[in-house]
Design a protein around this ligand. Sequence first.
Ligand SMILES: [Zn+2]
Length: 388
Amino acid sequence: MKLDTASERVDVYVKHPPKTKFCCPECKQELACYDHTQERTWRHLDTMQFKTYLHASIPRVQCPEHGVKQVDVPWAEGSSRFTLLFERFAIDVLRSTQTVSGAQVILSTSWDQTWNILCRAVDRGQARKQARPIRRIGIDEKSFAKGQSYFTLLYDLDRSAVEAISEGCDTSAADACFSELSQDQINSVEAIAMDMSAAFVKSACANIPLAEEKIVHDRFHVMKLATEAVDKVRREEHRDLKKEDDTRLTGTKYLWLKSQENLTDKQMSRLDEVFTHQLRTGKAWAYKEMLRDLWHHDTAAEATNYFSQWYRSVIHTKLEPMKKVARTIKERLVNVVSYCTLGITNAVAEGINSKIQAIKRRVGGYRNKDNFKKAIFFYCGGLDLYPQ
Ligand SMILES: [Zn+2]
């Protein structure tokens, strides 16, 4: 062992006693040492604050069956330049810093080295992964690089894990995700959360037996449509009012987009003030808030009943954007009220979503789509990432 205080490093040289026997890495047959490779170096856990390196010439054996082979060393995997303990520590650091550049500072490794540890961990986890039953799934789209491209993600809602990722957000992208599941897994699916996009419905029906009975249109997506409709009504009305120098809706955009309980007292009184003017926007907002109660019913029959009343009152208004939403929901109503029996939303994957948001914010560090996918699997894949 060599301790160099000036360059703050510790070098450990590993040698084996003479006449030690080694196993052929292929067939595990014990053989005498044939020769040694050139010296190789592995980064190990720091000794105090000193970077520590392991050095060894790896023995080779000559197997009658497999020829001359380099033996496996107990402290590192294959071609890795790091010891197992170091990789394990690096995985923990990557997990807690949630960023490669952050981890690299703590580990004193290069970006590429840190990234390679992450990739190896994902490969390891995916190789070990077993096809377990997957009862409740979610399928959703995510944008990458400021909406320039999209990914389709398939979640295991019970394990809060991303099971599959494919590029795009059309039927074939969803098909690609389903194709990652085994036939047994496909048959084990009992409920599928998704938005109301025709592409995902089509794919689910083509891939999952009896999908029509299992689909639940995610309530957050449905409410998003209603919220967007309110915003549309507001924009149109605001435009009309401004023509007559009426500024009652100026600066109110975000008041209408939030749900009631998230408004501050000040915002709430502002909302009340606008309300008293009997504007179309206020009316649309009230219908949106009413719609939220659709998910507070115990049975699908009660929810259907509630919706029918809501639908009747909305459809007789002049709020075109809201009427459009009402018609869209009506068309898919069975798979909206199925929430009452199947009880799933993609929000079960809320933990995953916030992690993906964090990954996206740091996306500059991920350079491209493949890296983004790797990072999602590392942070949200529910994989066993550690070496051995
Ligand atoms: Zn052999």
